[in-house]
Design a protein around this ligand. Structure first.
Ligand code: HSE
Length: 437
């Protein structure tokens, strides 16, 4: 059978890894796919470098349009990133009847509905395993492996850069800014590191998982994002004293009234496996009603781990592209006419546990006032810790962990506590997930 021909848009870190893996494992890959998968064309602005990486026999151009318009190309692999030229080229490739593999989580989280509808219309596949958690086959697992289940929730460490920063801050007591520089030097961080640190990257990935898990359209604009840049080492230490680790978690949960879709620093009991996922590694916990909790762990970034996902999609398409489009796995796991209109809940409506840190005057009645405000708001306290005041100080740090509460009630209670004359400054609030059921 003649080889399936691949055109690559962008041959940077992941593109280079893809070329290497396709070449190194060519035999194994064609034994699995049923035919050879051949890198035929590469488009990259740096043509000389691209030629070097792609090697002999690969046509190299600076113009991506040449790839997406070329009649010999069966599958276009988009590894440019962003929503500018990458979006134009992906839509053009689909228009031209080509299948697409992409690692571009931003593009799909923001424009996925348009892109998948167009692909459906044209009978082509848009595969995106590499867009979520790098080398971990989480899209395949959620879309196919767990297809019997009613998914209840997903919680994931899906940004390696922020996990690396939090791990270094906890283990070495390092400063946030220094660790960020190190992550950038090691090549983990996105071009704009605010994407990693402020939760955008994780929210893009979470949006895609949420859509697949619950059969809803992609709705990145409704995701709640809170990053790690305001976390202090004091909170990391206090959390640890209480038996918790702080992780940047992406959480999506099905509730009767809608779907929670949120990325924020989260306390997790240290005995949970996911609390011990350190450094640049990623992990996703998925809870299905039949299977219970399942966890997927692996490298969330890097040349060959991400290439592993890209090539898996290439093999999938090679096997499936001759199948009747109606019988392929739907892009978002559920049939396109069966998507649910369950709303994404505003952050005020979510329900979780909370870590509160307040700076209080060390005198009688202060804690009684605080606990009364919490009790009046129907917020139940799970644990409490008061530190001794530092030498010569009258202010003490008080840490309170709550049981499940609704966010808007907690916000109202925090406003009440901050208004007390015995409380100094703002209350620090970090959400806490027990991840036990
Ligand atoms: N910058 C991302 C991370 C890798 O740190 O996880 C690619 O998604």
């Amino acid at each position: 059978m003649k080889p399936i021909k691949v055109g690559l848009l962008g041959i940077g870190t992941v593109g280079g890894g893809t070329a290497t893996v396709l070449k190194r494992n060519a035999q194994e890959i064609s034994r699995r796919a049923g035919r050879e998968i051949q890198l035929a064309m590469v488009a990259d602005l740096n043509v000389d470098r691209a030629r070097q990486i792609a090697g002999e026999g690969v046509t190299v151009t600076a113009d991506g349009n040449e790839v997406v318009n070329h009649p010999d190309i069966d599958i276009v692999v988009e590894l440019i990133g962003g929503t500018g030229i990458a979006k134009q080229l992906v839509l053009k490739a689909i228009e031209n009847g080509k299948h697409v593999v992409t690692a571009n989580k931003k593009l799909l989280a923001e424009y996925g509905n348009e892109i998948f509808a167009k692909a459906q219309d044209k009978g082509v596949i848009v595969a995106f395993e590499a867009a979520v958690a790098g080398g971990i086959p989480i899209i395949k697992a959620l879309r196919e492996g767990l297809t019997a289940n009613r998914i209840e929730w997903i919680a994931g460490i899906i940004n390696g850069t922020s996990n690396f920063i939090l791990t270094e801050m906890r283990e070495k007591g390092s400063d946030f800014a220094d660790v960020l520089k190190e992550a950038q030097r090691l090549g983990y961080a996105e071009a704009d590191p605010t994407f990693d640190i402020e939760g955008h990257d994780a929210a893009h990935k979470l949006t895609l998982m949420s859509a697949i898990a619950f059969g809803i359209p992609v709705q990145f604009d409704k995701a709640y994002l809170e990053g790690i840049s305001r976390l202090t080492s004091a909170d990391i230490t206090y959390a640890e004293e209480l038996g918790y680790r702080i992780k940047l978690l992406g959480i999506t949960k099905r509730k009767a009234s809608g779907i929670e879709l949120r990325v924020h620093p989260t306390l997790i009991p240290e005995k949970r496996l996911i609390a011990n996922v350190n450094g640049v590694m990623n992990a996703v916990l998925a809870k299905g009603d039949a299977v219970g909790q399942t966890m997927y762990y692996g490298a969330g970034a890097g040349a060959e781990p991400t290439a592993s996902a890209v090539v898996a999609d290439l093999v999938d398409i090679t096997r499936l592209h001759t199948a009747d489009p109606e019988h392929r796995v739907p892009h978002l796991a559920f049939q396109p006419n069966q998507l649910s209109d369950l709303p994404i809940l505003p952050i005020d409506e979510i329900e979780t546990c909370y870590y509160l840190r307040l700076s209080a005057e060390d005198k009688p009645g202060v804690l009684a006032d605080v606990t009364r405000i919490l009790a009046d708001a129907d917020i139940s306290i799970d644990a409490m810790m008061q530190k001794e005041p530092a030498e010569g100080q009258t202010l003490v740090d008080v840490i309170i962990l709550t049981h499940l509460a609704v966010e808007k009630d907690v916000n109202a209670a925090i406003a009440g506590i901050e208004a007390l004359p015995t409380i100094n400054g703002k209350v620090t609030r970090i959400r806490l997930e027990t991840l036990d059921k």
